[in-house]
Write a protein that binds this ligand. Structure first.
Ligand code: GTQ
Ligand code: FE2
Length: 314
């Protein structure tokens, strides 16, 4: 058989039907000089998302929807789910009297509360109040449910590493057999909750320190989740940051203020509640037009774990 392969043409014909290819003959190379510009810089405006989520609130109940959330998928062609390669951002609404029932999954999750008081998240039996500006963690395989016992609609942002779980395949998901955890105890959230007032105080204490992409910056957790790093970052009005790039994939949420981010030649204006994504290795810089706070959600711990975290600050 091998003796009959006497030309390159014969060689390529011999590959047919065998699911193999010559490394030198691939349609696309397997290796390239530096991270490719795959996922796109993109933005979602809270002012546009909120009325649609409110409408969903009238049309679909938490009895029907496991979660009433809207997922922000990156506009790169063919994509229907991730916001950046490894993570997804979503907006969720829980209305007064509603309960998002308990479940658990191997994906790690966190929430940033935007609006509304009176909602509690129950994480492995700990009943934790969610208030605007707070960040709450739901690590891998922890039970969690959300219930609104107050009088206000509660809007928040979810960030999950589901796309990373999809890539690596270790997905497990389990609805709670009883719908809700049977027992829960009031809790301040311990290491699973980062309170807005604490974040503000920490940012205040960080004034005057230098950061490549912010004017004050504090990390929530170390890291917050095995796969996700969180930084709360302050931008002073009128002071541009330097230009940075990193192999980490980043999703920003606007916690306070407004401004503009330049990403790889693209200009994105943002306001309270917006989502802005900075995919791997895209140069970016920020300029707030009023004092601002951003939550930076990144997959830096994943990159770091494997020696792939590279960051340039200019
Ligand atoms: O609140 O548990 O946006 O499991 C996506 C999946 C939220 C949640 C999302 C989830 C949740
Ligand atoms: Fe969940």
């Amino acid at each position: 058989m091998v003796a009959q392969i006497g030309s390159l043409e014969d060689l390529y014909a011999a590959f047919t039907g065998l699911n193999m290819e010559g490394g030198w003959h691939r349609l696309r190379p397997a290796l390239w000089r530096e991270p490719a510009a795959n996922f796109l810089p993109a933005q979602w405006r809270y002012i546009e998302v909120k009325p649609i989520l409110a409408a969903a609130g009238l049309l679909i109940g938490t009895d029907k929807a496991e979660r009433r959330n809207l997922t922000m998928f990156n506009p790169v062609e063919g994509n229907i789910y991730p916001t950046v390669r490894t993570m997804v951002a979503a907006y969720q609404l829980v209305k007064p009297g509603e309960v998002a029932r308990a479940h658990r999954h191997t994906a790690n999750a966190l929430r940033l509360i935007l609006e509304g008081n009176g909602t509690y998240t129950v994480v492995d039996g700990a009943r934790v109040e969610m208030r605007p500006g707070d960040v709450l963690l739901t690590p891998n395989w922890t039970w969690h449910s959300h219930d609104n016992v107050g009088a206000e609609d509660c809007y928040w942002m979810d960030f999950l590493d589901v796309p990373l779980v999809h890539l690596l395949e270790p997905m497990f998901f389990e609805p709670h057999p009883d719908g809700l955890e049977k027992q829960s105890v009031p809790s301040d959230g311990g290491t699973l909750a980062f309170r807005w007032e604490d974040t503000l105080a920490r940012l205040e204490a960080d004034q005057g320190n230098d950061h490549a992409d912010a004017h004050a910056s504090v990390q929530l957790g170390d890291p917050a989740l095995n796969t996700i790093r969180l930084d709360m970052q302050q931008l002073d009005a009128g002071r541009p940051t330097g230009v940075c790039r990193t192999t980490a994939n980043i999703i920003y949420a606007v916690v306070r203020g407004s401004g503009r981010t330049e990403i790889d030649g693209q200009s994105i204006d943002w306001n309270f509640g917006d989502t802005v994504c900075v995919p791997a290795w895209r140069p970016y810089s920020h300029l707030a037009n009023e004092d601002a706070v951003l939550l930076k959600v990144s997959d830096a711990p994943v990159m770091d774990a494997f020696g792939w975290l590279r960051t340039q600050a200019g």
